[in-house]
Design a protein around this ligand. Structure first.
Ligand code: AP5
Length: 238
């Protein structure tokens, strides 16, 4: 597959996929390898909830039920963060956009500064396997490193392999019932974006059912085409 990578001043990548597909895991790796800023609307909304802002208060009930927060709230938190100077290095959007209205708003936002979405990377998974991935998940509250009871346990119980912190946390919405609702929301409102980006020539599909390192390598092949040499057409085979 070949994609034109010439026109965007900074790389803008999107990770699409249902809950548990590995968007957060892979976004952190793209940050480490390419310096892209990870913009997770889930993290931004959880921060707003924790801070008790009006947006956070409005989002909390919806998130606990596994639905989608209103486009208006999500676009406000995202556009505020996107305007921060560090985002000029390029961004990887994790969990955004999730509706066609959000995708259109993103195009408008980027278009104002002569940018566009370079690549929307669809993490292709078997949805049925995602419930166990999400329900077993926990995170280091100090450095953000992600873990899983079965697939990626920490070496010493309760201690982060990465930073040595002892502040492991689990998300309130990571229970089986809420994950089912989140999967429904994904299939009804977000999955149509795969065809939306395909039509615009920006879609890349990555098999995300294998090992994390192999998936990272496949994603890095796409990202490299948009971060290393942006003056030529680049080719990456998946
Ligand atoms: P958000 O925080 O975005 O959650 P999500 O989309 O449900 O995705 P997750 O974070 O659960 O999964 P992930 O794909 O990042 O997987 P991860 O890498 O952690 O959104 C939460 C809520 O906020 C939404 O429900 C909604 O209410 C609201 N919201 C957010 N954005 C919104 C928007 N734009 N519009 C409206 N509402 C919005 O991996 C999961 C686990 O699996 C981890 O333990 C990991 O270690 C493990 N793992 C990862 N990859 C693999 C692998 N290849 N093999 C085995 N294990 C793996």
């Amino acid at each position: 597959m070949t994609r034109d990578t010439q026109t965007a001043p900074v790389p803008v990548l999107i990770l699409l996929g249902p809950p548990g597909a590995g968007k957060g895991t892979q976004a952190r790796r793209l940050h480490e390898k390419f310096g892209l800023v990870q913009l997770s609307t889930g993290d931004l909304l959880r921060a707003a909830v924790a801070a008790g802002t009006p947006a956070g208060k409005a989002a909390q009930t919806v998130m606990q039920a596994g639905g989608l927060v209103s486009d208006e709230i999500v676009l406000t938190v995202l556009s505020d963060r996107l305007a921060d100077p560090d985002c000029a290095a390029g961004v990887v959007l994790d969990g955004f956009p999730r509706t066609t209205a959000q995708a259109q708003a993103l195009d408008e936002m980027l278009g104002r500064s002569g940018q566009r979405v370079n690549a929307a990377i669809s993490l292709e998974v078997d949805s049925a396997g995602m419930v166990s991935r999400v329900v077993g998940r926990f995170t280091c509250g100090d450095c953000g490193e992600g873990y899983h009871d079965s697939f990626k346990p920490e070496k010493t119980s309760g201690v982060c392999d990465n930073c040595g912190g002892q502040n492991m946390t689990r998300r309130a919405d990571d229970n089986a019932a809420t994950v089912m609702s989140r999967l429904d929301a994904y299939h009804e409102q977000t999955a149509p974006l795969i065809a939306w980006y395909d039509k615009r020539g920006a879609l890349w599909r990555v098999d995300a059912m294998g090992g994390i390192d192999k998936i990272s390598a496949d994603i890095a092949a796409v990202a490299a085409a948009h971060t290393t040499d942006r003056s030529h057409h680049a080719e990456a085979a998946l």
